[in-house]
Design a protein around this ligand. Structure first.
Ligand SMILES: [Zn+2]
Length: 273
């Protein structure tokens, strides 16, 4: 039987029923990189102990907006939009940490694309550090996609999310739209329920969005475990798992805070297909 004769018989639904979920049938359409913060890290040896002690580095903070035929997904919400109104940005209590600024709000960037917060079906959060969850409350109707371990991680300042916010508490990997095109990948270690995102774009190919499983390229190359991480063995295992996924999926690793890499990428309103 020729491929031509097979084509009308094997619909996408049939292929899915047979256990095939080829990237060619995936309905993820676009990915936008949003500017969710810019800053200067005081001492990058904090993220790679013993390497580049006392050296500062420019950081960026990205959010990623993904258009799928079933709806919009926002990956991370960045620094709080309120920081945009602070003339000197937000100084860290510890000078080794990052002094953040917000050149443009998340709300304004969504507005430029004609996307309203209520249009966002899912808000998936890599982890609950403030430079990633700054604007979660802007999306009270969106379903949060968070690991149960992160949701329930005790916090000295009270619950990490509003109890009334709709949420899917995950235990491991999760196929967001059921077609294999957008996969949450469990990568604990930086925090108890840290996760990364694998996106299979039709033209660009597969991308693995790091979250903070790694902070910048040399940190990845050295397999550096930041001193503030909650679990060193989990961190190392997660980085190995990411390396295996990159090889298997022939994926690019996009490192959230790596400015040198982001300078090579297109920012919203440009997009990747
Ligand atoms: Zn973090």
């Amino acid at each position: 039987m020729t491929r031509t004769r097979l084509a009308p018989i094997l619909t996408a639904a049939t292929l899915a029923a047979l256990g095939f979920a080829p990237a060619a049938n995936a309905a993820v359409e676009r990915l936008y990189i949003l500017n969710c913060g810019e800053g200067v890290a005081g001492d990058i040896s904090r993220w790679s102990p013993g390497v580049n002690v006392g050296k500062s580095m420019d950081f960026v903070d990205n959010c990623y907006l993904i258009k799928h035929s079933q709806g919009w997904l926002l990956w991370d919400t960045g620094l709080a939009d309120a920081i945009a109104a602070m003339p000197e940005g937000q100084r860290p209590a510890d000078p080794r940490m990052t002094h953040w600024r917000r050149p443009k709000t998340l709300a304004a960037q969504l507005g430029d694309l004609g996307v309203k917060p209520a249009d966002i079906k899912f808000v998936a959060i890599s982890h609950t550090h403030p430079d990633h969850v700054g604007n979660v409350t802007m999306f009270p109707q969106s379903t949060l996609l968070v690991q149960k371990a992160e949701y329930e991680w005790p916090s000295p300042v009270g619950p990490r999310f509003k109890p009334e916010h709709p949420v899917l508490k995950l235990s491991g990997d999760h196929d967001v739209f059921g077609d294999g095109s957008v996969m949450i990948i469990s990568t604990p270690g930086h925090t108890p329920g840290h996760q990364s995102l694998l996106v299979k774009l039709p033209k660009t190919g597969a991308l693995l969005l790091s979250g903070d499983a790694v902070h910048f390229k040399s940190n990845w190359d050295n397999r550096g475990v930041p001193e503030g991480n909650t679990d060193k063995a989990q961190t190392t295992a997660s980085m190995q798992r990411m390396a295996d996924i990159l090889a298997k999926e022939k994926a690019q690793l996009w490192i959230n805070h790596d400015k040198a890499q982001r300078d090579t990428l297109k920012l919203s309103p440009e997009f990747y297909e």
